[in-house]
Design a protein around this ligand. Structure first.
Ligand SMILES: NC(=O)C1=CN([C@@H]2O[C@H](COP(=O)(O)OP(=O)(O)OC[C@H]3O[C@@H](n4cnc5c(N)ncnc54)[C@H](OP(=O)(O)O)[C@@H]3O)[C@@H](O)[C@H]2O)C=CC1
Ligand SMILES: O=C(CO)COP(=O)(O)O
Length: 339
């Protein structure tokens, strides 16, 4: 059935998801924060800074007016960077007149509070202004979804019916959505894989090969699962689309901003310059700090996250960080405990 959907965030992922929703026959409006960009979407049906060469459907309308965007919406998709989610959710709650399903597709942990995004949304949007919160996550570069490349991701909600609603909203011949009820697992896998992608990129930039790539992905998944399970996730979620699936796509693709940032770090570039020139969000940088602090609080061992934290925030040389990981206390692989 045709639904009215508001997409909050007119960057790469918001634009690609809005395009898919229009292609599925829904009535879609996208909200952004730059007049020039919204004019471009409405007048030229492009969003060239984020998705060059992609023609958007004429039916996709852009607006700078949040209240107009969400008016009468059946579903509202939050897809701004993690650092902006609380602010945008508060703005939404202030003007929301109906009770839409709230979906989010962002990947990160909030700075300082270390909270998952669905928790932030639940705190800012009172229950009388929304229905359930559903997380949309998995291996999906906007650049590929926007050109209709085959993609499979997950819609997660504790309430299966809400996850199924989101599944039916987005699914089509190139975009297949699975449901999952493990919200904690899906959100932690999504947030933490960006840290490992920074590391995989750095190894590439330093000239390491495929063995190192396999090492960081496999041991990265071990520590992602360790923290996730301590937070309450189902371990099996980490071998699904939002776990190992997203880890693969982010650690192996030049589309990944996190991987590219890591690659440049490995090649000796400075972090500030990398972030400035990327022109898009690199979530892994702030999530590294949040995950590091959370792991310290919870007493969870995350050596790769710790090494990346040291490189990003303590000015430790990348080569020294790698040596420290390789020479730490020797272990059995079977020491993989969730406690
Ligand atoms: N790109 C991808 O392939 C995928 C991205 N994601 C996740 O989706 C989220 C968004 O990423 P993505 O779209 O790629 O990011 P981009 O950097 O491409 O775009 C983010 C957009 O949000 C805007 N924005 C930032 N702050 C605010 C604010 N306070 N109010 C309104 N708009 C704001 C930015 O505008 P400004 O220029 O002002 O900063 C920009 O237009 C991230 O958490 C990311 O991890 C998930 C899956 C795939
Ligand atoms: O989450 C993504 C793919 O699933 C996009 O990753 P980046 O944010 O690193 O580009």
């Amino acid at each position: 059935m045709k639904q009215k959907v508001a997409v909050l965030g007119a960057g790469s992922w918001g634009t690609a998801l809005a395009k898919t929703l229009v292609e599925n026959g829904h009535d879609v409006m996208i909200w952004g924060n730059h007049e020039k960009q919204i004019d471009e979407i409405n007048e030229h049906h492009t969003n060239t800074h984020y998705l060059p060469d992609v023609k958007l459907p004429e039916a996709l309308k852009g607006t700078l007016d949040l209240a107009a965007c969400i008016a009468d919406a059946d579903a509202v998709l939050f897809v701004v960077p993690t650092k902006a989610t609380r602010e945008v959710a508060a703005k939404f709650a202030a003007v929301c007149q109906n009770k839409p399903v709230v979906i989010h597709a962002s990947k990160g942990l909030e700075k300082d509070t270390h909270k998952r995004i669905s928790v932030v949304l639940a705190e800012e949007i009172p229950a009388d202004k929304r229905q359930d919160i559903v997380v949309l996550s998995g291996p999906s570069h906007a650049e590929e979804v926007a050109v209709r490349d085959v993609t499979t991701i997950t819609a997660a909600s504790e309430n299966l019916a809400s996850a199924e609603y989101v599944q039916s909203l987005f699914s089509n011949e190139y975009f297949r959505i699975y449901t999952n009820q493990d919200v904690i697992g899906v959100e932690t896998g999504a947030a933490l894989k960006n840290i490992i992608a920074l590391g995989a990129g750095a190894l590439h930039g330093l000239g390491f090969g495929d063995n190192a790539k396999a090492a960081i992905m496999t041991r990265g998944l071990a520590e992602i699962s360790r923290l996730g399970v301590a937070m309450g996730a189902d371990p099996l979620t980490f071998i699904g689309l939002s776990g190992v699936g997203d880890l693969i796509v982010t650690c192996t693709s030049v589309h990944s901003r996190n991987w590219r940032a890591g690659d440049l770090l490995g090649k000796g570039h400075k972090l500030d310059g990398i972030l400035e020139n990327m022109g898009m969000i690199v979530e892994g940088v702030s999530t590294t700090r949040a995950a590091y602090e959370l792991a310290q609080e919870m007493g969870i061992e995350m050596p790769i996250t710790q090494a990346i934290y040291d490189v990003l925030y303590n000015d430790v040389d990348v080569d020294d960080a790698i040596r420290a990981i390789m020479l730490r206390d020797y272990k059995s692989e079977q020491e993989f405990t969730f406690n």
